[in-house]
Design a protein around this ligand. Structure first.
Ligand SMILES: Cc1ncc(COP(=O)(O)O)c(C=O)c1O
Length: 388
């Protein structure tokens, strides 16, 4: 057997990948597992893609782009950040990445030294922990509690800060809880960052998928320019996961450092995707609105059904996930998920995928056809009756 590095061996094995594989193999499984829009990329973007295929001479999409991304895309991002996020951006403070996953990884890689600490929400998006560990730094769990609406508790952050703390990851709207942080809470977090000289890594992957309020970018607050790295993506807002396109906005020296890492990791984000990205940023809002409204319809249905069935579920305010409490059933999250898959053919993600404080919870994604969600809830109901 050939040697595998300890670093690799220590990485968590994501259950989501296995679930996707199983659901693809067995057509009788209804998957409420993946965190990927079920919608097609909006038609005007696909039409645009078709129209440019014959224009390679002019657009040079079979060539590398600069590691920081095409200038025309970064100019479009400047406008978008000003228009939608109230971030007074400059082109030199923006870097284009291969999905926001690469932005998350390279921003951490570029700012952390060995054994420095980053405070991460737990339960939280599963890529934070490995990205910090691959940067030889240490993730520190910030417990999010159901009784606090899974919101960040500023006092709990303060207790976790020490000399080694370098930053805090903030994710609003949140995967997996659907929590949206208020302006007041974000201001408190911003104050903590300034008072302790910490970075804020602001993951805003679901910025356009908010149901009752408005998205607030912490990077838009006065005086936060040198503290916040804003991470955004085309994947969720424009149903463009497969294009692998994201970007970051932050202090110039951080962006320059990320550019160096990216040069050696992916070299640059796909040029063809960047061209479609420019088009996406000028897409009329009605295309996003159509998807958001459908997610909202599904959200209202699934939350009502889950609570009726006996899985206590707070109303998610953003993203496309319902995070349900299964503690009454006295089963570990992983066992509940496995049995639900085997006995009722419904795939979900155990809360422990999102950290140790996810034990006792299950994540349901409603980025799935409404009718399938209805069917999955009926199957869940029968399964739960058998458990009781
Ligand atoms: C919170 C969050 N951030 C970032 C990502 C990464 O998305 P992408 O790399 O497609 O931009 C995801 C994907 O599910 C996510 O849920």
């Amino acid at each position: 057997m050939r040697h595998i590095s300890e670093r690799e061996l220590q990485l968590p094995d994501a259950v989501i990948g296995k679930l996707l594989g199983l659901a693809a193999e067995d057509k009788s499984i209804i998957s409420l597992g993946p965190g990927e829009p079920d919608f097609e990329t909006p038609k005007p973007l696909l039409q645009y893609l078709k129209s440019i295929i014959s224009k390679n001479k002019k657009l040079r999409f079979t060539h590398y782009s600069p590691s920081e991304g095409r200038t025309d895309l970064r100019e479009a991002i400047v406008k978008k950040l000003k228009r939608d996020n109230k971030i007074n951006a400059d082109i030199d403070n923006i870097i284009v990445t291969t999905g926001s996953q690469e932005a998350i990884f390279t921003t951490l890689l570029s700012t952390l030294d060995i054994n420095e600490q980053v405070i991460i929400p737990n339960p939280g998006y599963l890529a934070y922990l490995p990205a910090i560990e691959l940067s030889d730094a240490v993730p520190v769990d910030l417990e999010l509690r159901e009784e606090e609406g899974f919101e960040i508790n500023p006092d709990r952050i303060k207790k976790l800060i020490n000399k080694k703390t370098r930053g805090i990851i903030v994710n609003t709207p949140s995967n997996p809880t659907g929590t949206v942080l208020s302006k007041k809470l974000l201001e408190e977090i911003a104050d903590i960052a300034v008072n302790n000289d910490l970075y804020i890594f602001s993951d805003e992957a679901y910025e356009k998928l908010i149901y009752d309020s408005k998205h607030i970018s912490i990077g838009s607050f006065n005086g936060m320019k040198n503290y916040v790295i804003t991470l955004q993506t085309f994947s969720k807002s424009y149903a463009m996961c497969g294009f692998r396109l994201g970007y970051a906005h932050g202090p110039r020296n951080v962006i320059d450092a990320m550019k160096k890492s990216i040069h050696y990791i992916t070299l640059a984000a796909p040029t063809l995707s960047q061209l479609v990205g420019i088009k996406a940023l000028s897409l009329p809002n009605k295309h996003i609105e159509k998807m958001r409204k459908e997610y909202d319809r599904r959200r209202r249905f699934i939350v009502k059904r889950l609570n009726e069935i006996g899985l206590r579920t707070l109303e998610p305010k953003g993203a496309f996930y319902a995070f349900s409490n299964i503690k009454d059933f006295n089963l570990k999250s992983s066992v509940f998920a496995k049995r639900l898959l085997n006995e009722a053919k419904v795939a979900v993600v155990p809360g422990t995928e999102f950290g140790r404080f996810g034990e006792g919870y299950i994540r349901f994604s409603y980025a799935t056809d409404y009718k399938l969600i209805v069917k999955a809830m009926d199957r869940l109901e029968k399964f739960v009756k058998r458990l009781k």
